[in-house]
Design a binder for this molecule. Structure first.
Ligand code: NAD
Length: 291
């Protein structure tokens, strides 16, 4: 259904051929935006663009600055402006213990996530400034907040994206360029298969397996999907968020809020037993039902 929350807006979305990026391309188009889909996967990107006059595919490797500049240029040349940049392309690699971290792997991950987002912002600035403003959103992760949600290099990169977001938000505020990031929890996409060393195609074949696990990954017993993140990106990118900048919006079904307490009492019960306290009587007392 056509929404219209992005009527007249032009967006560039990196990593738009799959997962969160693809869901965002589809939602933005439905909300009235013209979209430049920038991705390294040409066949998939072209297939998506062929389905709509409002989507252009531009083959982009976000680890190359020339490609980043080119995708911004395409937005201006094809659609006349740039209102929204979504720095989202990224993937995961198998993790290594800290004593085995490789310098080349670190550089690759930082370049794909942090350098690409920074250069995306850099090349969006002149266009947005001239237009009198714009909205930039980058994809961080719960791995950028907690220490146990992803590989080491990946988590460092995602944390850096949060700080980049704040830095850019402050420095670009006077140009009315808003800069925010989204921090997804577990979302059914190719990223988990990639972290297991699978190719992009193989990883996408595992979606159904992931969907079986996804409802149990966080307090909310539902599986996170790309659309859940796209909705958050839509909010941050739209005029509804005109007073929001420098924020990291966590969309994780409660994952980072904490674990669901053990209904049996867990550690509290063990501690009560160690203290020689009657746990059930203690609970009754707390409920106001003193026996
Ligand atoms: N899926 C999750 O649970 C989750 C959680 C937190 C953060 N993220 C982040 O979300 C973003 C999107 O990933 P996803 O989960 O949708 O995975 P995905 O693999 O489905 O999509 C990633 C897309 O990025 C593209 N890409 C990879 N390298 C690229 C490059 N060098 N240049 C251009 N495009 C490139 C891929 O071709 C792919 O289309 C990533 O930044 C990822 O780290 C995902």
């Amino acid at each position: 259904m056509m929404g219209g929350r992005l009527d007249g807006k032009v967006a560039v979305i990196t990593g738009g051929a799959s997962g969160i990026g693809r869901a965002t391309v589809e939602l933005f188009e439905a909300e009235g935006a013209k979209v430049v889909l920038a991705d390294i996967q040409a066949d998939r990107g072209e297939a998506i663009a062929q389905g709509s006059p409002d989507i252009r595919f531009v083959r982009t490797d976000v680890t190359r600055e020339d490609d980043i500049k080119a995708m911004i240029d395409v937005a201006v040349e094809e659609f006349g402006r740039l209102d929204i940049l979504f720095n989202n392309a990224g993937t995961a690699e198998p993790d290594a213990e800290m004593e085995y971290i490789r310098a080349d792997a670190f550089d690759r991950v930082m370049s794909l996530h942090v350098r690409a987002a920074l250069l995306g912002i850099k090349h969006a600035i002149p266009v947005m400034r001239k237009q009198g403003g714009g909205a930039i959103v980058s994809t961080s992760s719960v791995a950028g907040i907690g220490t146990n949600y992803g590989p080491v290099n990946y988590s460092i990169a995602k944390a850096a994206i949060i700080h980049l977001t704040k830095l850019a938000a402050v420095r670009l505020a006077s140009d009315r360029i808003r800069v925010n990031c989204v921090n997804p929890g577990m979302i059914t996409t190719a990223v988990f298969g990639r972290a297991m060393g699978l190719t992009q195609d193989e990883a996408e074949e595992k979606y159904e397996t992931l969907r079986q696990l996804a409802p149990f990954a966080q307090p909310l017993p539902v599986g996170g999907e790309g659309r859940d993140i796209a909705e958050a990106v839509l909010y941050l990118a739209s005029d509804a968020a005109r007073f929001v900048t420098g924020q990291a919006l966590v969309v994780d079904g409660g994952l980072t809020a904490g674990q669901v307490p053990d209904p049996e009492g867990g550690n509290q019960k063990i501690l009560a037993e160690m203290f020689g306290v009657d746990f059930e009587a203690l609970k009754d007392k707390a409920r106001g039902r003193t026996v």
